[in-house]
Design a binder for this molecule. Structure first.
Ligand code: NI
Length: 178
């Protein structure tokens, strides 16, 4: 397992539309998923999308037990989600603070759908079909946005609610600032 370099906003590779995964459960896939979990853990992330390490595939991971960047968020299982499709379960949006490992040191308020259904595949090719709400739904929408070249600042509606984590949340664990 290798901790990979995370691309930062401004890198054009973060703006691509990622390609669908066509072959599952290959040695390359297992290595990619292992590296992504190692990279996410190393950076204290709540999720990571393959394009963030320069891999142009529709693959995201997320989940953690307790996360210093989101101390109040409930635990999320540790899934791998490939070729995802998100559908809206109701039209309500909620605002919430987000950060991104590709936008280090900053947080912004982003509107997201409150309740979604998402489908896709795990790394073995097993079908996934889940409903999610709250923080789980937010993380999935944030990570899947990376697969269509969208970083969260492009989803913001009020840029007065965008700033440095260390200024906005001075009491937060400094490890949360990346
Ligand atoms: Ni992100």
């Amino acid at each position: 397992m290798t901790v990979r370099e995370i691309l930062k906003m401004g890198d054009p590779r973060l703006l691509r539309i990622a390609k669908p995964v066509e072959r599952f459960d290959t040695p390359e896939m297992r290595e990619l998923v292992a590296d992504m979990f190692e990279t996410m853990k190393h950076a204290n992330g709540a999720g990571l999308a393959a394009p963030q390490i320069g891999v142009d595939l529709q693959l995201v991971i997320y989940g953690y037990d307790s996360n210093v960047r989101y101390p109040d968020a409930p635990p999320v299982p540790k899934p791998v989600l490939i070729n995802p499709v998100i559908t809206l379960l109701d039209g309500a949006e909620v605002d919430g603070w987000e950060g991104c490992l590709s936008v280090p040191g900053l947080r912004g308020v982003v509107p997201r759908w409150e309740r979604i259904r998402y489908t896709g595949f795990d790394e073995l090719g097993n079908a996934i079909d889940r409903e999610a709400d709250g923080f789980h739904a937010r993380v999935v929408q944030h990570e899947c946005d990376h697969l269509i070249g969208r970083l969260y600042p492009t989803r913001m509606r009020d840029l007065t609610q965008f700033g440095y984590t260390s200024v906005l949340f001075p009491d937060m664990d400094p490890n949360a600032d990346d």
